[in-house]
Design a protein around this ligand. Sequence first.
Ligand SMILES: CC(C)(COP(=O)(O)OP(=O)(O)OC[C@H]1O[C@@H](n2cnc3c(N)ncnc32)[C@H](O)[C@@H]1OP(=O)(O)O)[C@@H](O)C(=O)NCCC(=O)NCCS
Length: 179
Amino acid sequence: MVFVKVDKNNCELDIKLQAELFPVEHSPKQVYEGIETGNPVNYIVYLKGMPIGITGYYFDEKLPDHVFINWFGVLKEYRGKGYGSRIIKWLINKCKSLPVKYITTYTDKLVNAESVGLYKKLGFSVLDYDNSEDIAKYTQMGIKDNYVACCKKLKECEDIEFQKLYLKISDDLLEMEND
Ligand SMILES: CC(C)(COP(=O)(O)OP(=O)(O)OC[C@H]1O[C@@H](n2cnc3c(N)ncnc32)[C@H](O)[C@@H]1OP(=O)(O)O)[C@@H](O)C(=O)NCCC(=O)NCCS
């Protein structure tokens, strides 16, 4: 597999792959922002010259010890062959050289059950988001009781503080509410 960083020359392909993998929630704006600012950093994944998926990472100033997995997916016809795992293993290795302690993502254990299985297999700790107050308050805005945080240590460090990860969800929702 070959990982090609997204820049102004290949961003249209990245946007197309993102839309195919995430028809509802893709974000071309975020791809352009990444090229401008370096956050997020996106990659197109090639196999024998063919694009088969995307991955990437981003930082959030609210949680400076974490690097977050950005849009990650494998095209349908290439799934179930171990490519998703290889992509995340590559990303973990890449992120080890960054000045952060953990690699983290939020996902949905029903809609994205495959990815939760993948993260568990690769040693991520997976914990349910179980703040019933938030769930009741924000259900209208998309928060569900099947949300999970997946987090893995990138180096020897303190245990994962899932409470902080959950606070970020609340913060993000609050920002969305105030937008
Ligand atoms: C999640 C995704 C990237 C997995 O890619 P993949 O190349 O099929 O993954 P792998 O073949 O490496 O599978 C790794 C593990 O994922 C889990 N998995 C993959 N497909 C699965 C399925 N259909 N059902 C249940 N678990 C599955 C398994 O734990 C599997 O390990 P195993 O093969 O030892 O059982 C792919 O399904 C995808 O792109 N989904 C849509 C986008 C998405 O959900 N992205 C993640 C957002 S957080």
